[in-house]
Design a binder for this molecule. Structure first.
Ligand code: BES
Ligand code: ZN
Length: 869
């Protein structure tokens, strides 16, 4: 890797963590007056500011038309401040400064979905994290400036709903068919948590009484026809509120909590204080219109944004380098919450699958960065799998090591110390350390350096002494930008099984304490070390990193038989799954024989299907082509991977014989005891259906068509549709036509219709062209764009051929219209350099050709990094 090709431009715009300085002025309060008109919006603000350190008074502002500015009641002339496209600077400001500004903005033409924007016909919403507030008014728009907000919103009465953070103080007539509302938020907050909503929406109401006896009004705002789809979110919200009280001792702190759904949103959802704004895809949930996976996602996103109220809002980030402080912790919290909603093992499997499919590849390529980066050009580019998912893993490791009680003591200390503050990752680790009495400072290394550590382990059995010696070694691939990589603390959860009986050994405790092993977890924090386990009466099989206790690449020289053994006997559901994945990776990437895997599946699966259909459905996971590709660093050939994976699936289908059909016909989701069980049965049935189709059994299409037509459940309908479409069944066209007719007015369902077709294994450039030319395709709606480009990326063989044009075209088109999204979509191509020639050079040339055409910091930073390999 070498330095980015255009160092001059880069150096100019790069922000460094080491340059952090306190803001010169704090804001005690802000009074905002937002008047929305059809063709413009007036924003008047009054900031009460107070000097904190020496220096200029700096207000950030972007795309604002400044009408007037006053300082302590005096109009300022142009010579009294310096204004450029990013900021307004007042030199020699007095220590107490009341700044009043009037600006005009244009939410009605804002396509970037950042700041205040028109989100479809009759809804205006805001998105201010991380740096959107500066597009609403001049302000020290940084997270370490916390102020009390009072907001007046005024608009035409055709927008009956006027919302902002906090409590409603007043509302009334504003003349000329207009009205207003005044909201006041009693909690000090950074500007990125400001929100307001102006629109015509219906509302679902609920209520919740906190552990402190506070009665909270809960409101979910959505389009009238979608209100019936808001009940699952409402229940999830109440559940989250209870969960945070029970697990972290954190009650809610305001009298109301509002959620607003919009179909025009770049991300999933946003935790604005007391007024969350959600992508419809993360709030609307209904078995008829959305899939089981989407329903689970809604619940976890509701929890995530709610949990931010304490981890993010009450205690926020000092600067954006600390993003993983709030996101990593909150993801860890929402993952733990979700582990209580369904089988904990399956939740862990799904979370680790995401980590391995996105974070591991990110961390091994040109976009690799530490969970807490030390520099960036565009902070929006750092809402990454590394910040989120690896960030969550770091917290999980510390929680695993501490155990429940000490971890709670640590988080209690964090809330006690830092409530109301903007803090750093160091503050978090120090509070955990102080509260728990366990020194966790070594974990800071995890935050500060990039890369996935390789953990090599070896086991040696000594029959004479009945001991088992485990030696460990850790290493990181050298990184050009981070020359001093250090050893990290790695909690290794482990168990030994008797190879003959399949029973788990009870490990002798004295020896364990000596060896630094507590509750089955060994803390490996050196470059090399070994431990000795005693009382091991016969040759064991060891299971390492149970529950994925650390985000590392484990290398252990298991035999295939030992992996098959773990598939059968490991009682930790996660490691049972991991054993199948490791075995499959060997088959698919290293040419191992599939028969051991097939035999193990035959022996293991029938039992699991009966006892835990959801876990069984995951045991059928075969690493995706994308994941397999990400394990290859040179001469990657997507077509070859596709063929190998298909061959394996054909073998599996053939070998399972009649089991698939019998299971498919025997299971009935309608008679399960709860949602999670029914979801498992639906998942297994869909897998069986696809395997029957692979067997070439034409009954499969009749089953699928039947399932398609008779169900009222989206997971079943979509599972059937997928089998028909992807196998080009005779009924495919008819089913697609029917699906479109049924759901043409349901955007989230229609997204699935686009997705299924875009994800067809044999989709062509024409398939994608037809979808993007469809009247319902819309370049202004991120969800719709993602349904096609996300579907396409399901098939790397397609992505890396005609898909390249698609992604580059989108990046070019979105560069100015929606650079946040453009930059994200381009990242699909970030592993171009691993391709075998001639594809590698072809893609490289196309990326190079894009370079002079892009203007946004977002897309150009991503493109420069991608090309810097
Ligand atoms: N704070 C983010 C949302 C955000 C960040 C929106 C930056 C826009 C720009 C929010 O809490 C979040 O993390 N949302 C995730 C979902 C979550 C479950 C991980 C998202 O939107 O994908
Ligand atoms: Zn978040």
């Amino acid at each position: 890797m070498n330095i980015a090709a255009n160092p001059v431009v880069e150096a100019d715009q790069t922000v460094y963590l080491k340059d952090y300085q306190k803001p010169t002025f704090l804001v005690e309060s802000i009074n905002l007056d937002i008047q929305v008109f059809a063709d413009h919006t007036n924003v008047n603000s009054t900031l009460v500011m107070k000097r904190q350190t020496q220096g200029d008074l700096v207000l950030l502002g972007r795309d604002l038309e400044l009408k007037s500015i006053q300082l302590n009641g005096e109009q300022l002339s142009n010579s009294q401040y310096v204004l450029d496209s990013e900021q307004l600077v007042i030199k020699n400001a007095p220590d107490h400064a009341i700044i009043e500004t009037s600006v005009v903005i244009h939410p009605e033409t804002n396509t970037q979905l950042e700041g205040l924007y028109l989100a479809g016909g009759d809804l205006f919403v805001t998105q201010n994290e991380p740096e959107g507030f500066r597009k609403i008014t001049f302000y020290p728009d940084r997270p370490d400036v916390l102020a009390e907000f009072t907001t007046r919103v005024e608009a035409d009465k055709k927008f009956p709903v006027l919302l902002a953070n906090g409590n409603l103080l007043e509302k009334g007539e504003a003349g000329e068919g207009r009205h207003y509302a005044i909201w006041q938020d009693p909690t000090k907050k950074p500007s990125y948590l400001f929100a307001c909503v102006i629109g015509d929406l219906a509302v679902l109401k609920g209520s919740y009484v906190t552990s402190e006896g506070r009665n909270v009004a809960l409101e979910i705002y959505a389009e009238e026809k979608d209100i019936p789809k808001c009940h699952i979110a409402m229940e999830a919200l109440k559940h989250s509120m209870r969960w945070d009280e029970e697990h972290y001792g954190r009650p809610y702190d305001l009298d109301n909590y509002m959620i607003v759904a919009t179909s025009q949103f770049n991300m999933g959802a946003m935790e604005n204080k007391g007024l969350n704004i959600f992508n419809t895809s993360c709030v609307l949930a209904d078995e008829e219109f959305t899939t089981d996976a989407a329903i689970m996602r809604v619940q976890s996103v509701i929890a995530h944004e709610y949990f931010h109220n304490w981890t993010g809002n009450r205690i926020t980030c000092r600067d954006w380098f600390q993003l993983c402080l709030k996101e990593g912790l909150t993801v860890f919290r929402d993952q733990s919450f979700s582990e209580d909603l369904q089988s904990a093992a399956v939740q862990r499997i799904d979370d680790v699958a995401v980590l391995k499919a996105h974070q591991f590849p990110e961390d091994s390529g040109p976009l690799s960065h530490p969970p807490r980066p030390d520099h960036f050009v565009e902070i929006n580019n750092f809402y990454t799998a590394t910040v989120y998912e690896k960030g969550a893993e770091i917290n999980r490791m510390m929680a695993t090591l501490l155990g429940k009680e000490k971890f709670r003591a640590g988080t209690d200390e964090y809330f006690k110390r830092h409530d109301g503050q903007a803090v750093t990752v160091e503050d978090w680790v120090a509070a955990l350390t102080a509260g728990s009495g366990v020194d966790l400072s070594a974990f800071l290394t995890w935050y500060n350096q990039p890369g996935t550590p390789k953990l090599e382990a070896k086991g040696e059995y000594d029959a004479l002494n009945q001991t088992y010696r485990l030696s460990f070694k850790q290493s990181l691939k050298p990184h050009p930008k981070y020359p001093n990589l250090k050893a990290v603390p790695i909690p290794v959860a482990l168990a030994l099984f008797n190879a003959e009986t399949g029973e788990q050994y009870t490990l002798h405790s004295d020896a364990l304490v000596e060896n630094n092993v507590k509750d089955g977890v060994y803390l490996f924090d050196q470059l090399e070390a070994s431990i000795e386990l005693t009382g091991v009466t016969s040759q064991p099989v060891v299971s390492l990193l149970r529950n994925f206790s650390a985000p590392v690449n484990l290398v252990f020289n298991y035999t295939d038989e030992q992996l098959a053994f773990l598939m059968r006997y490991e009682t930790n559901g996660f490691n049972q799954w991991q054993a199948t994945q490791t075995l499959l990776e060997r088959i698919l990437l290293n040419g191992h024989d599939a028969s051991i895997y097939i035999q193990a599946m035959k022996k293991t699966v029938p039992d699991v299907v009966e006892k835990d259909p959801l876990l069984a459905s995951r045991l059928f996971d075969v690493p995706t082509e994308g994941y397999l590709g990400s394990r290859i660093d040179v001469e990657y050939n997507p077509d070859q991977i596709k063929q190998q994976r298909n061959a394996l699936l054909d073998t599996l289908a053939r070998e399972l014989g009649s089991f698939c059909k019998e299971t498919y016909l025997a299971l009935d989701p309608a008679i399960q005891k709860d949602f999670s069980q029914a979801m498992g049965v639906r998942a297994i049935k869909n897998i069986m259906l696809s395997l029957i189709a692979r067997q070439g059994d034409t009954d499969a299409f009749d089953f699928a068509y039947q399932q398609y037509q008779t169900t009222h459940n989206m997971s079943e309908r979509l599972g059937a549709l997928r089998v028909l479409v992807w196998n080009d069944a005779p009924q495919a066209k008819q089913a697609l036509t029917d699906f479109y007719a049924r759901f043409k007015d349901e955007p989230l369902s229609l997204d699935q219709w686009f997705m299924v077709q875009a994800a067809h294994p044999n989709a062509t450039a024409q398939t994608i062209e037809a979808l993007t030319q469809h009247p319902d395709y819309d370049l202004g709606t991120p969800n719709r764009i993602r349904s096609v480009s996300g579907g396409l990326s399901n098939n790397p063989a397609n992505t890396w051929s005609f898909g390249v044009q698609h992604y580059i075209g989108l990046a070019k088109y979105l560069d100015e219209k929606n650079p946040i999204l453009g930059s994200r979509l381009l990242q699909v191509l970030s592993r171009w350099y691993t391709l075998a020639e001639p594809q590698r050079s072809q893609v490289k040339n196309e990326l190079e050709a894009l370079k002079p055409l892009v203007k946004s910091k977002n897309v150009s930073e991503t493109l420069n990094s991608m090309l810097s390999v």
